[in-house]
Write a protein that binds this ligand. Structure first.
Ligand SMILES: *Cc1c(COP(=O)(O)O)cnc(C)c1O
Length: 430
């Protein structure tokens, strides 16, 4: 290897032992071909983004923002057209006023559901924070309080959709079906865009007017297609995950049909005003530039996840997805089976960060979660999980969820550092 000694010396200064470096490079030798395929996906998606920007004639003036009401903001409006072209949808809502992914999903749901309607999640229990939004967990202001009922169809044991169960669950009241692409905090398989596409087709074959919303968080740009390419009415996500490319300082998006996006905009803003208002202040430039970088940033994160799976599977831990499985999101779960595994792993990730590396993370009660959660992140954007980060609830099966890395090299360092902590603590032997 070129620069072998120099690299070793530089890793040494970061507290990585020769043993960990050799073990890691051994694992990496077998990942060359897979990494090449990931680069190809990134290349394809890079062209998709550039094409969307050129088609909409993104100009220097679009990088500036608006203030006050934001009545005219060509930068914001053009960015929404770019998002719509990237996701191949009629329209999009891409706003700084969307506080997080949960908020984007919330306005998509509240904007499109009315009292008496029913929504069905067909990919099992939705992401933790949505439990409060839907009212699965009793919460003030939930959809349940507004008379929207909820049903759930779990995935089958093998992780595929339960088509019979879905058919049985759908009634005349069913207005919206939710599919979560990523596993979130559940150690279940991730859903491929193709599998989601089949479910969309099935739901639409029962009743064409049922709205299918996909929680696309962590899935954007992992594949060359998105759920909206297969008929999903809305794809929804956070800009401090994949599509913000690490540069978006906040925000969320909804890409979908004109009607669904319009309905959501009335819940974000007000009935009547919708997309017309909402100043972008100074964020347009980072939204554009972040989207531009998102394909390569996401590719680095996918490489990190695969590397982690291969490292920890080799050491005998259950990893989801496993070392060989195809990838549909950037999350990697490692099941340690004991709390110290989760804690030491997170400490290692934290210690590898460019920011706040000296901070030691600890498990803590978090709003929206039902167990203590430990979170490791030393991010340029607070809470951005497209940046190298790890978190896990301190409850069985004591799984840590790892994601991100603005560059593949940083993701690699983070995994090596986590391994160093686990080894130094006596929890693993190489
Ligand atoms: C991150 C995420 C969300 C939204 O979470 P926020 O922290 O509110 O951005 C929703 N669903 C899934 C699957 C997620 O990964």
């Amino acid at each position: 290897m070129l620069l072998e000694n120099e690299l070793y010396e530089s890793y040494k200064t970061l507290g990585i032992s020769k043993e960990i470096l050799d073990f890691s490079n051994e694992v990496l030798k077998e990942l060359k071909e897979r990494f090449e395929k990931i680069d190809e996906v990134a290349e394809y998606n890079q062209m998709k983004v550039i094409y969307a920007m050129q088609k909409n004639q993104v100009s220097e003036m679009h990088l500036e923002g608006s203030t006050g009401y934001g009545y005219t903001d060509p930068g914001r409006d053009t960015l929404e057209a770019v998002f719509a072209d990237v996701f191949h949808t009629e329209d999009a809502l891409v706003r700084a006023q969307i506080a997080c992914g949960t908020h984007a999903l919330t306005i998509a749901l509240f904007g499109n559901l009315r009292p008496g309607d029913e929504m069905i999640s067909i990919s099992g229990k939705p992401y933790d924070t949505l439990e409060g939004v839907i009212g699965i967990r009793e919460t003030k202001g939930s959809l349940a309080e507004y008379g929207v009922s909820y049903k759930q169809v779990d995935l089958l044991k093998n992780g595929s959709f339960d088509f019979e169960g879905i058919k049985a669950a759908i009634t005349d009241k069913t207005k919206l079906v939710e599919i979560q692409r990523s596993k979130g905090y559940l150690p279940r398989p991730t859903l491929s865009v193709q599998a989601i596409g089949e479910a969309v087709k099935f739901v639409k074959s029962i009743r064409k007017d049922i709205i299918v919303m996909v929680d696309n968080c962590y899935g954007e740009f992992v594949d060359v297609v998105e759920p909206s390419d297969f008929g999903a009415d809305m794809v929804v996500g956070s800009l401090i995950k994949n599509p913000g490319g690490g540069l978006a300082p906040l925000g969320g998006y909804i890409a979908g049909t004109k009607e669904c996006v319009e309905n959501a905009s009335y819940w974000l803003m007000t009935p009547g005003l919708g997309k017309e208002v909402g100043a972008s202040l100074g964020v347009n430039r980072s939204f554009y530039q972040g989207l531009f970088l998102a394909p390569t940033v996401t590719a680095g994160a996918v490489k990190g996840a695969i590397f982690a799976a291969n490292v920890y599977e080799r050491l005998g831990f259950k990893v989801v997805p496993d070392s060989k499985e195809p990838r549909h999101d950037i999350i990697q779960a490692v099941e340690f089976g004991f709390p110290e595994g989760v804690i030491e792993f997170c400490k290692g990730i934290q210690a590898a960060a460019p920011v706040d590396s000296h901070v030691v993370p600890e498990p803590w009660a978090m709003p929206g979660y039902d167990a203590d959660v430990i979170m490791a992140a030393g991010a340029f954007i607070s809470g951005a999980s497209i940046e190298l980060s790890a978190d896990g609830p301190i409850k069985p099966p004591y799984a840590v969820y790892f994601q991100g890395g603005l560059t593949w090299y940083h993701a690699k360092l983070g995994i090596m550092k986590s391994l160093q902590y686990l080894k130094d603590g006596g929890y693993v032997t190489l």
